[in-house]
Design a protein around this ligand. Structure first.
Ligand code: PMP
Length: 449
């Protein structure tokens, strides 16, 4: 067997040095973490915040645009951007200025912003009808429920390696040709394989076989997978998916929460394939909690029909703060001033430069790694060619190496999302930040060589 291009022992030794470096330079983050441990599980308000590879997470002092400062007074170039929540930069001034916290910001009433937000969403994504949720997880959950209600079918189909938020129905994997519940789930009682089918992405034959039973209400997918590394659709795959779902009376939802990075209007506008639903969350309102789901006029009519037929009472769809005025103010400002073609033009040109720079460094070191890019978002993968499905992406993963690179970059002032080798450029990212990240990356690879 060929030895791995970077040895585990070299990686482990660099990791230990980087841990020591973090401990020396972050006394205040470490102290805040110890204090927070008294009342917060793992010392953080959300346990995911412990997934950073550092001995404690950075404790935040402030963040603006694509820059962030921790409580130790150290500055970072932020390529994590809140794992996409801050894709348009932290605290975009237009959104911050639009938030009016002096008047009621939740009343379970629509306001005069509603109609114009509808116009903007329709123009942006090409779907005429909309509803709001508070998180992308919720929006996906609601789309699944609507799809089951209007088709009268119970099953849904997702692709192996998917992530659509904390949505029970989607938390399955494809293993040895079968759908299985994700092994890492906590507190799972219901058998998720009863109503969900998981197949490999980019496999049209498997898709057609799964849809042939005519009992699948919905296919829910990102148009390109971004949560198992990055897996782009092969030419013709999305067209085939659209045709096969139409032929079988199965509805199709594109979850654009991450692929929004592709271009103005997301992957959907860029590829020209219209889903029945489109979901976007995280960054859609400039990072204020808000998600949207859009749908065709035909689907809207079927939703109305399904609701009219149901018994009065709880629908299982909606949460109290969804569509509240705080989210609406942020959404209106974001759609008008932040989520613009010019913002994408800049972010994508910066990401192109970053991808090119990473490729040159990797080639220079003779490493069999590749960079996959979706507009402003890119992923470094430890394999020579972009993977075509989640199994290939998982095969290429190296958690110890990824953690070492992340921690090394953090110690040098460049921040990446912990659970991915993902780098996201925003309209506020500049070429100087890219040059610094590339220099730090090259420095680390030299240490690993
Ligand atoms: N959809 C996709 C594609 C995601 O990547 C995520 C989160 N990473 C979600 C939905 C869920 O978003 P949230 O955690 O904000 O509900």
């Amino acid at each position: 067997m060929k030895p791995p291009p970077v040895s585990a022992a070299t990686t482990a030794s660099l990791y230990r040095r980087e841990i020591a470096r973090f401990n020396d330079s972050h006394p205040e983050s470490l102290r805040q973490h110890r204090l927070a441990n008294a009342h917060f599980l793992y010392g953080v308000p959300l346990h995911w915040m412990r997934d950073w590879p550092s001995p404690s997470p950075l404790f935040l002092r402030h963040a603006q645009g694509s820059r962030l400062q921790c409580v130790d007074g150290l500055d970072y170039d932020d390529f994590c951007l809140g794992d996409t929540g801050a894709m348009f930069g932290h605290a975009p001034p237009a959104v911050a200025d639009a938030l009016n916290l002096r008047t009621g910001y939740t009343a379970m009433l629509p306001s005069a912003l509603t109609a114009s937000i509808g116009d903007k969403l329709a123009r942006l994504f090409g779907l005429p009808m909309w509803q709001l949720a508070t998180t992308a997880s919720d929006a996906n959950r609601f789309v699944i429920r609507w799809a089951r209600a209007i088709t009268g079918r119970n099953k849904i189909l997702v692709f192996d390696g998917c992530y659509h938020g904390t949505v029970d129905d989607t938390l399955v994997d494809h293993q040895d040709g079968r759908t299985v519940a994700r092994a890492s789930l906590l507190g799972q009682a219901a058998d998720l394989t009863q109503h969900t089918v998981s197949i490999p992405f980019n496999d049209l034959a498997a898709l057609e076989a799964a849809l042939a039973s005519n009992d699948i209400a919905l296919v829910l997918t990102e148009p390109a997978l971004t949560n198992c590394g990055m897996v782009l659709p092969q030419p013709g795959f999305l067209e085939g998916l659209r045709a096969a779902t139409k032929a079988r009376g199965t509805l199709l939802a594109f979850d654009e929460t991450h692929t929004l990075s592709t271009a103005w209007g997301g992957y959907t506008r860029a590829c020209g394939i219209q889903p029945d639903w489109l979901v976007a969350g995280k960054a859609i309102a400039g990072g204020v909690p808000c998600a949207v789901y859009g749908f065709s006029a035909e689907v809207a009519q079927r939703m109305r029909d399904a609701k009219a037929k149901a018994a009065p009472g709880h629908s299982g769809i909606g949460t109290t703060l969804a569509g509240g005025e705080l989210a609406m103010q942020a959404l209106a400002a974001s759609l008008e001033h932040v989520n613009t073609p010019a913002a994408y033009e800049h972010a994508i040109s910066v990401a192109q430069g970053l991808a090119q720079g990473l490729e040159e460094i990797v080639r220079g070191q003779g490493l069999p790694w590749c960079v996959t890019r979706l507009g402003a978002r890119l992923e470094l993968q430890f394999c020579p060619q972009p993977p075509q499905d989640a199994a290939a992406a998982a095969h290429a993963a190296d958690d110890a190496l990824a953690a070492t690179l992340h921690l090394g970059l953090l110690n040098r002032g460049s921040l990446l999302t912990p659970f991915h080798n993902m780098m996201l450029a925003g309209p506020t990212t500049d070429h100087g930040q890219v040059a610094r990240l590339l220099a730090h990356f090259a420095d680390l690879l030299t240490e690993l060589a």
